[in-house]
Design a protein around this ligand. Structure first.
Ligand code: ADE
Length: 247
């Protein structure tokens, strides 16, 4: 998978080269290209923003700079070289929610381009214009406002890359995650059996695999009920059996 990120703070994206993501780069599973948006400015101040039409606080990122940047990073020539257009992801608190489902969708893509906005946002015409050539998603990582899209890109890329084949040591980790069956994951334990007067639940030490699976499912259901009733409500009818409903 090829990943391009356009930002005015390239150094903010350094963690893309650390830990799990760094390993994925070393092993050739992903290629990461971070671009400084200011490379596409032409004035001495290297300005990327201007005041908003209609008035109001804050500044808006200029369409000319973004237009030239995206033309070079994912314009017609680059698209011809790659054989197909990328999916352009624009993080914004006004976007559609980023979920595990969207992470799985992105993990199927060969090429993702991220456009990081700062200030009040990017001139709306940048997205409208890009959408003439490629699919564009405006995406939010949660109902809170960050200073810019960079931290959101780190979140999204990590969630996507761990799903790529060969990235996680044990592929079952991704398959059994929270959200994979629509529920939160329940608690987990390791040695020692007793710690500060707290014991590992007996059933997990029983060796009875059916009982362990039932216990895990029950705890997942309980936890989801208490912490995220919205997730339970969204499950299709057939997702819960008679045992589940009794928990
Ligand atoms: N930029 C600022 N806030 C954001 C959010 N919640 N999600 C994605 N991008 C953002």
């Amino acid at each position: 998978m090829r990943i391009d990120v356009v930002t005015i703070f390239p150094e903010y994206l350094a963690p893309l080269r650390a830990a799990l993501l760094g390993k994925a780069i070393e092993r050739g599973l992903i290629g990461v290209h971070v671009h400084d948006l200011r490379e596409w400015t032409h004035d001495v101040h290297r300005a990327v923003d201007d005041s908003p039409y209609g008035g109001g606080p804050g500044m808006v990122m200029k369409p000319q700079v973004w237009g030239e940047a995206l033309d070079e990073v994912c314009g017609p020539e680059r698209i011809a070289a790659e054989g197909r257009p990328p999916r352009l992801v624009v993080p914004t608190p006004a976007g559609r929610p980023f979920t595990q489902r969207l992470a799985r969708e992105y993990a199927e893509e060969e090429w993702l381009v991220f456009a990081c906005g700062r200030y009040e946002g990017i001139d709306e015409r940048v997205v409208t214009d890009a959408a003439r050539r490629m699919p564009v998603d405006e995406v939010s990582i949660g109902d809170y406002v960050l200073v810019g899209g960079e931290a959101a890109v780190l979140v999204i890329v990590e969630a996507v890359v761990r799903l790529l084949p060969g990235v996680l040591g044990n592929p079952a980790s991704a398959a059994e995650d929270s959200f994979s069956d629509g529920l939160l994951e329940g608690p987990c334990y390791t040695r020692p059996e007793q710690w500060r007067g707290l014991a590992v639940p007996e059933v997990l030490r029983s060796g009875n695999h059916a009982a362990i699976a039932r216990w895990r499912r029950d705890r997942a259901l309980e936890r989801t009920f208490h912490r995220r009733p919205d997730l339970l409500a969204a499950l299709p009818d057939e997702a819960l059996d008679r045992h589940d409903r009794a928990v």
